[in-house]
Design a binder for this molecule. Structure first.
Ligand code: 7TS
Length: 388
């Protein structure tokens, strides 16, 4: 059966080159890098190469830290909780600013911090699903400890004005974190051009392995450790190094950055071809203008067709898509990002996210267009709630 994977914002296929570079570190070079014997030390060259690839990939300087974590959820939790300990519990601040369309790894952590007495501002987004930089300025007070705004949204692909927001935070002397999960490897992320204090990323979103991610920390900025223990990663994140994961993530970032031009031209062309075809179906609409999105993403609403029913039809034809974030897809609430951009509840229940990658082919897009159009006709007939 034909199988088409269009859920690349949830996770991606591991690039075969990444798989190859990782494989010796399971059964051959399996030593603990901290051990003094040769089993340990023989892992060092590959670890050094991988860390260099990560520094180069983000254009970080030697004064910065890149700390490998288990995923972006960990990186996001770390920043929020450490800022709580450092600046709120043990300081004189009490306020954090995020957007109302952050991933649950930020949003739910902030909800939890509220139970501890932290004041959280959830910034609204405009009709493109983007936080406008001036709103950040409007809400910063002398009690604000941290602003955390994502670089690109996982559901709409909307790219946020991170450079301007970073500048505002710098002027106001407030720490700035960005969740860069959906930006790294898809668009240019240069931490010297865009001066963020902290940036989270996750390898499996750019054709690296699952279970490994990172936190970039500017100028070795103070940030209490979340995991205490054996002083790994300079004492900033203890736990035996995930050697294969780190080696894989380093190469994955290099390959993804090398492919950014392809992503911008070819992946964008395929996404736009799919989008143009699907928008010919009456009463469909796509959130966020094309030029304001990552090149691989489209969130489309189809009037009269429940997102879950559509997903089921696509899945039967071998096509993987999503109704939004897979992290929340078991809960059948209306898509919160669509609600935030002002869609009505019906439209918000009919959202399908299609996300491509550099491995997506033209044949797969043609097949998807065909299946999608037939599924809409079928489901609209069944639901009967749709009239042209
Ligand atoms: N931040 C953003 C913006 C994300 O898109 C995701 C995963 C995460 C954080 C968490 O990454 P993890 O590696 O720790 O899991 N997003 C999605 C998604 O959109 N569908 O499934 C997972």
């Amino acid at each position: 059966m034909t199988r088409v994977y269009l859920d690349n914002n949830a996770t991606t296929i591991v690039d075969p080159k990444v798989y190859d570079v990782m494989s010796p570190f399971f059964c051959q070079m399996y030593g603990n890098p901290n051990s003094l014997h040769s089993f340990g030390s023989e892992t060092h060259p590959a670890l050094r190469t991988a860390m260099n690839q990560l520094y180069k990939g983000l254009n970080a300087s030697d004064d910065d830290d890149i700390i490998v974590t288990s995923c972006a959820t960990e990186s996001n939790n770390w920043v929020l909780k450490a800022v709580y300990f450092d600046k709120i519990l043990n300081g004189d601040k009490n306020h954090i600013i995020i957007s109302e369309v952050e991933h649950p790894a930020i949003y739910s952590t902030c909800k939890w911090l509220e139970t501890l007495g932290v004041k959280v501002t959830y910034l609204p987004v405009n009709h493109d699903g983007i936080v406008e930089a001036h709103t950040v300025k409007d809400f910063i007070t002398d009690k604000t400890a941290l602003v955390s705004i994502m670089w690109a949204n996982n559901e709409t692909g909307a790219i946020f004005p991170i450079k301007e927001i970073a500048q505002i935070c710098k002027e106001k002397n407030v720490l700035f974190h960005t969740d860069g999960v959906q930006a790294v490897g898809k668009i240019k992320v240069d931490v010297q051009d865009v001066e963020v204090d902290f940036l989270s990323f996750s390898a499996h979103k750019f054709h690296g392995p699952k279970g490994v991610g990172g936190l970039y920390i500017k100028n070795s900025q103070e940030l209490s450790a979340l995991l205490h223990g054996g002083e790994h990663m300079g004492g900033r994140r203890s736990g035996t190094l995930n050697v294969a994961g780190i080696v894989g993530m380093g190469l994955a970032m290099e390959l993804a950055n090398d492919a950014i031009e392809y992503e911008n031209k070819e992946v964008r062309r395929l996404r736009d071809k799919l989008e143009d075809a699907l928008l010919q179906i009456p009463k469909t609409f796509v959130v966020t203008s094309r030029d304001k999105r990552t090149p691989n993403t489209m969130l489309i609403s189809i009037k009269g067709v429940e997102g879950e029913a559509m997903l089921w039809d696509l899945n039967k034809a071998g096509i993987a898509a999503s109704t939004g974030s897979a992290c929340a897809s078991e809960d059948l609430e209306a898509n919160p990002v669509l609600m935030a951009v002002g869609a009505d509840k019906e439209l918000a229940h009919t959202a399908i996210r299609l996300s491509l990658s550099r491995f997506t082919t033209e044949d797969e897009i043609d097949y998807t267009i065909d299946v999608f159009k037939k599924a809409v006709i079928r489901l609209r007939e069944i639901s009967g709630s749709y009239a042209e």
